[in-house]
Design a protein around this ligand. Sequence first.
Ligand code: X2X
Length: 334
Amino acid sequence: RFLQGTTTAALATGIGYPIKSARAAAEFRLRWGFNLAESHPITTRAREAAERVLTETKGRVEINVFPNNQLGGDTDMLSQLRAGGLDLFLNSGINVLSTIVPSASIYGLGFIFPDYDAVWKAMDGELGDALRLAIGKANLVPMGKMWDNGFRNITTSAKQINTPADLKGVKIRVPVGALWTSMFQAFGAAPTAINYSELYSALQTKIVDGQENSLANIFTANLFEVQKYCALTGHMWDAFFCVANKRNWEAIPEDLRKIIAAAINDAAMAERTDMATLATSLRGDLSKKGLIFNEPDVAAFREALRTAGFYKEWRAKYGEELWTTLERTTGKLT
Ligand code: X2X
């Protein structure tokens, strides 16, 4: 490929191009998009992975990282990924990815993981493997390790949420995935599915009164500016799959693919540690920003889901095989 015009011109004129721009053009240029803010650890670790890939492939593979919905919201990015304009996409299995791989959302069922040990045992194990298999059948190539998106808590602006009854009729934003809408309907709230790219403005203009997310996202997306209360419900845990467009991925030679996958998976592991570290300080940081925290009785929220028939309904949707795989790691749920 003849893509070296800039380099040649820079050398010929002797103007001070930094060394980086003077390297030979990469054989493979990949676009990697996701919704998280620039300051989120996922972005930092994704950029690190891209640097490592460039070094280890001796410049043959250049990954361009587009955080913060720079390429459009999740719904748009998923279309771009499927069409091949986007090569790599980080997305929650409960979010838009579930619109093409419904089973990928199963780990988002409310209150199924007590802590991170339980989470990673399931997602790095049999349950995660089953979901990666399902994603593979949809012509997407999942990397082996998921990226932590945290346990989720509910924020609101008008009133504090202490019990499930407090959620009655509350207009709450949820991501674009059927499980999320279903869960907040089961709580008695009025959920609206909105992409993360539109979340800040939806809260600011009061299209919705509240939302639910990890403290890391509440912090890095500045949601504390447009929310007043945070109820520490920890109602579900979420993470991102890194998925590649199959055709584009298979066009890359095997040895280079190995380097890319290893760099991405190592970055995911480092990001998990970042999130664990952040978890110890975010509540304090957000309090300083004015967010008012409360710790509701979480059992009441779980009971509200059970009473509404939420687990039964989703058991039927996921099917007995996947449900059994899930319960092998979580214990009996219904
Ligand atoms: O959209 C969200 O709330 C986010 C960033 O947490 C997800 O992608 C699920």
